[in-house]
Design a protein around this ligand. Structure first.
Ligand code: B4P
Length: 185
């Protein structure tokens, strides 16, 4: 969990590579579906390009499809999901129905000024994202704040949260994440 630009994608990639489990990013799935001009992808793109969250029903559908694939049997790292309280509740119900539970919910804590800078820098990458333009970024930060707080509360209630300082260098952030994973496993 974390605000846009907090490094969820960056760290989830490392977790997946280190623990040999699939990295499931709802944002990346939507971007790839949109690139391939699939109807779900094009619908999701209309929300993403404006800095809005994609509706829960649409996100849950693609997530259940992905979690049903055989490579998830030994575990998985979710990146960018859940992003709202109804998604968190839906995920809990889904996991319970499969006799599974989350090991840990990681929260990457990063201040807004640092987030703005990171997302601005990502605009200069070879494939810039429409949703990293400054006016869209402001909306994403606004939209995300209450949602992230609600998620943090929800997972604190389940006793599975680890808060990691996401402002440090990526290697240091990852070392802290590994400590948290060890603690919760
Ligand atoms: P995402 O694809 O999840 O992307 P993000 O929140 O912008 O970025 P992330 O936190 O992964 O940061 P990153 O590692 O890239 O979401 C995009 C959109 O998809 C959403 O706005 C929404 O519309 C839609 N969506 C996705 N999931 C959804 C859901 N469940 N429900 C509804 N809608 C959904 O890092 C950002 C930058 O910082 C990078 O350039 C990186 O190199 C840099 N960086 C990372 N860690 C750093 C560090 N420690 N120090 C310095 N720089 C760092």
């Amino acid at each position: 969990m974390g605000m846009p630009g907090s490094g969820k994608g960056t760290q989830a990639e490392r977790i997946a590579a280190t623990y040999q489990i699939p990295h499931i990013s709802t944002g990346a799935i939507f971007r790839s579906l949109a690139e391939n001009k699939s109807p779900i992808g094009l619908e999701a793109k209309t929300y993403m390009d404006k800095g809005k969250l994609v509706p829960d029903g649409l996100v849950n559908k693609i997530l259940w499809d992905r979690l049903g694939e055989p490579d998830t049997v030994k575990g998985f790292v979710l990146d960018g999901y859940p992003r709202t309280l109804p998604q968190a509740e839906a995920l809990e119900a889904y996991l319970q129905s499969k006799g599974l539970s989350l090991d840990v919910a990681l929260y990457l804590a990063v201040g807004k000024d640092v987030l703005r800078k990171r997302l601005e820098q990502r605009l200069t990458s070879p494939i810039p994202r429409v949703d990293d333009q400054s006016e869209v970024v402001e909306r994403r930060l606004r939209v995300s704040e209450a949602e992230v707080d609600a998620l943090l509360h929800f997972y604190q209630g389940l006793g599975v949260v680890s808060i990691v300082d996401g402002e440090k260098e990526p290697d240091i952030v990852f070392a802290k994440i590994q400590e948290a994973l060890q603690f919760h496993s």
